[in-house]
Design a binder for this molecule. Sequence first.
Ligand code: DSN
Length: 429
Amino acid sequence: MAGQANQEPDLKTADPELYSLIRKEDARQKDSIRLIASENYASRAVLEATGTSLTNKYAEGYPGRRYYEGMDFVDPIEELAIRRAKALFGADHANVQPYSGSPANLAALLALCEPGDTILGMSLPAGGHLTHGWKISATGIYYHAVQYGVRESDNLMDMDQVRSLAREHRPKLIWAGHSAYPRTLDFAAFAEIAKEVGAYLAADIAHISGLVAGGVHPSPVPHADVVTTTTHKTLRGPRGGLILCRKKHRKAINKAVFPGLQGGPHNHSTAAKAVAFHEALQPEFKAYARQIIANAKALAEQLTARGLELVTGGTDNHLMLVNLTNRGLGGRHAAKVLNDCGVELNANAIPFDPRKPFDPSGLRIGVPSITSRGMTEAHMADVARFIDEGLQGAARVDPEGYTAAADFVAPLRARVQEFCGAFPAPGIA
Ligand code: DSN
């Protein structure tokens, strides 16, 4: 009623059960060394934009041409996000509506290919993404997917293999991108191959878009027809997707996103993307991106010094893959034990992995989150020590009988928690 104070209960009062779960997740994120390479801490400003009245609004269509009324502020918000995305990446066009990276990749395919067309992408076990044509993904079901991998000798991406597969299969579209590859991508080489065989080049920079924005990884924008990314990984935005493309693909991309694949855009996410792009346009973000690289290299050196074997021997980007074979450990058990010790990462297949995907031979380790907390090279020795001690503990126990009550877990977890206390968690405290 007009003039009355808002009597609406807050979340804590309205739904104490849910509230308590969220607060516990906050605490978990504060008290853990978070090393999942695809995760990060979004800023307080990004989180604030996400939790707004924009979630109440439908806005099917694009700014200036919508299927609903009431676009007074939603249009300028989306236009702002588009302007900032274009400025950040130097792109002709940006579509900020994709719900996430996988829908963005589907939209790229819908825009540029017909069902049944041949596409060429990196295979999942080699470090690629499901949506680059893996057999159980819609991209492998509705398109004729051919997959490239890495060289057996050095586990590096083999551009000769990409070229020879492209010449043999004449794909309509080539994907350049990965979810678990620790080295720099040569987008110019991909573009040369795509040009030779008359294919579109689509770059999926979900993992590295923050590095590209920060100027520490070459940009695919000058080379690719379409560039897709999530906004919540190294870019530190809300969960969501983004497509950049050349002017000539603008209409096809927009049509593929809406009405091709999606209905109403998530305006609260669009607003939060705009905030993240604004943050990434600041000089501090370049320093953040540089620090990610420095931290990854320092952590890789520290882990190697402790006898851990890294796939390709190290890293050029934000992530590294550990081959646990020389420790006699499976990835699943190792990741579970480390998580109980407060070190959160994921089991990951290594190239030519002899083990099953659900319990592979490797661990994937990424530093974007700990870099967001202010950790620098000087702290990587501690992070490596915690990982190594957790792995040594994991090797001493039988995976079948293991529980978090194992004697080494609680003391290590307490030390990890104390260590984390020195680094505020953005967006949380
Ligand atoms: N699930 C993401 C990752 O962890 O890399 C990719 O989509």
